[in-house]
Design a binder for this molecule. Sequence first.
Ligand code: CDP
Ligand code: CDP
Length: 213
Amino acid sequence: MSAAHSVITIDGPAASGKSSIARLVAQRLGRTYVNTGNMYRAMTWAVLQAGVDPQDADAVRAAAADIVIESPVIEGKTQVCVSGRPLTDAELNSDPVNRAVSFIARVAEVRDRLVADQRALATIGPLVMEGRDIGSVVFPDSPHKIYVDATEEVRASRRGAQGLSDQIAERDRIDKQRKNSPLVIPRGAIVIDNSHITLDQAVDQVIATLQLT
Ligand code: CDP
Ligand code: CDP
């Protein structure tokens, strides 16, 4: 494998602003943007298509072994494909996927595969990668780690304003309590609470904080 490029890691709870901030930071710095949540969402969509109970870890493990997920880079960001077909935002963010994704994401074999794919992306060029375990597990040695937060009320109201029904508190609970790679503030991460600032202000803070040379 060729040498890994630098990765800015952005982690945080559901609807904290990670994707919007990561996408804009990547644009401003000319890096590729990687949304790892969409990889777990694509796996979840495919597991549900296969008719598997998301809470049955053995059945999920067996189904996942036959599911092909790819993340080609298109126009500066990763697209997520199942068996070569790109999934739409509506498919990735559907209610059934929102309800099931945290159960799929706690299966170790699923995580191992997707983490390997995420690490491989760092060979293509400098990245901004966001998720739940990017600074703690996927790239723990990165010197550029951010943890984005916002109050639960603000996060729920922003998700509602997107027209999405999403049990964010329940997903956070499962993501923080799971045994494999739980959501934590990674060691060395700078915490940015963007409850009361605009997206542009949050992006400015992230870029100022990183002090990239
Ligand atoms: O955008 P939002 O914060 O609502 O969620 P997401 O980033 O799309 O992630 C969806 C789910 O995938 C999370 O609730 C986690 O269960 C899982 N996930 C994970 O376990 N590890 C990651 N690196 C990214 C997402
Ligand atoms: O990726 P994650 O689920 O953490 O959050 P997001 O999808 O990037 O953000 C959820 C919503 O909050 C989006 O509509 C953002 O535009 C909005 N947002 C905001 O209004 N102000 C901020 N400071 C951050 C995000």
